[in-house]
Design a protein around this ligand. Structure first.
Ligand code: PBG
Length: 321
């Protein structure tokens, strides 16, 4: 007797009926780079289709995101001045805080998430306070608390700390609760690897470290069990959503988190993953739309509930075709 698995593949209708995983616009978060200044609409060369906007040029892009029914955006701020500590991150008049107030007022239909980190704001490009050529964990936590409270006061809907400091979720949860923001959720970049796939982003956000690298705080790509450990601590400290980053080379980690935690799992389809597809498509070597949809679907299949992706607008268009 032959086991005939092909029976359920014979027509499109039966394939639709037995399909296990689907991409939906409801899964998507679109990242946005907001630069301090005016009249800025600078294309990012290594990320075709993605631009840095100032607040006065942003609305057209946001209207499009809303029209495509994408539920949320993730904001990155690019300040006009940097310093050793990244003190602009907790300035109530800083670019992120201005952006939050602007978007909440003019585009109230969008769910607004801020990336919480220091690397775009520090003169050295690292994700915290430097002490003896390394990021000092616990003094960085003090500033992290100031930063999230400032974002919360500006009116953000969710914060997403990406700095990989130990204890960051507990610190942030406590600070938010103490200031009355008990209902503000935290999406933790819980399992974030020291990845070469962030290359294009660092150009986009001006956040390349001027010395060393991020390997003393971001995870070693060789490690899998350690991902569970990182996620366990963030789960215990009160993260509402656990994120894996990057996505495509870390599908095993997405699957681990989905199976081991009773929290929504997000993944970040990062700049290098985007750039590779764009570049190969530009050369005519791959079918861009099909490769895009297939790679995002693999993230869903691995267990991601939420996908942060620069492809969000293109995926949304594709899904309504
Ligand atoms: C850190 C941060 C990074 C990304 C998102 N948040 C870069 C880094 O750790 O160097 C990368 C995103 C991407 O590559 O698309 N604030």
């Amino acid at each position: 007797m032959i086991n005939r698995t092909r029976r359920l593949r014979s027509t499109d209708n039966i394939r639709r009926l037995v399909r296990e995983h689907k991409l939906s616009v409801d899964d998507l978060i679109y990242p946005l780079f907001i630069e301090e200044g005016s009249n800025i609409e600078t294309p990012i060369v290594s990320m075709p289709g993605i631009k840095r906007y100032s607040l006065d040029t942003l609305s057209k892009e946001l209207d499009e995101v809303v029209a495509l029914n994408i539920p949320a955006v993730l904001l990155f701020g690019i300040p006009s001045k940097k310093d050793e500590q990244g003190s602009e991150t907790w300035n109530d008049q800083g670019i992120m805080q201005q952006a939050v107030r602007f978007i909440k007022k003019n585009h109230p239909g969008l769910y607004l998430i801020t990336d919480v980190c220091f690397c775009e704001y520090t003169s050295h490009g690292h994700c915290g306070i430097i002490h003896q050529q390394d990021v000092d964990n616990d003094t960085t936590l003090v500033n992290l608390a100031k930063q999230v409270v400032s974002h919360a006061k500006a009116g953000v809907d969710m914060v997403a700390p990406s700095g990989m400091m130990d204890g960051m979720i507990a610190t942030i949860r406590t600070a938010l609760d103490q200031h009355g923001f008990t209902n503000l959720p935290i999406m933790s970049y819980a399992v974030k690897y020291a990845s070469a796939f962030y290359g294009p982003f660092r150009d986009a956000a001006d956040s390349t470290p001027v010395f060393g690298d991020r390997r003393t705080y971001q995870m070693d790509p060789s490690n899998r069990d350690e991902g569970l450990r990182e996620a366990t601590f963030d789960d215990q400290e009160g993260a509402d959503i656990l994120m894996v980053k990057p996505a495509l080379s870390y599908l095993d980690i997405i699957s681990d988190l989905k199976r081991n935690f009773d929290r929504p799992v997000a993944c970040y389809n990062v700049s290098g993953e985007y750039a590779m597809i764009k570049a190969a498509a530009e050369k005519g070597w791959i079918d861009e739309e099909r490769v895009m949809m297939e790679s995002l679907l693999s993230m869903k299949r691995a267990g991601a509930d939420i996908i942060i992706t620069y492809f969000a607008k293109e995926v949304a268009k594709c899904l309504t075709k």
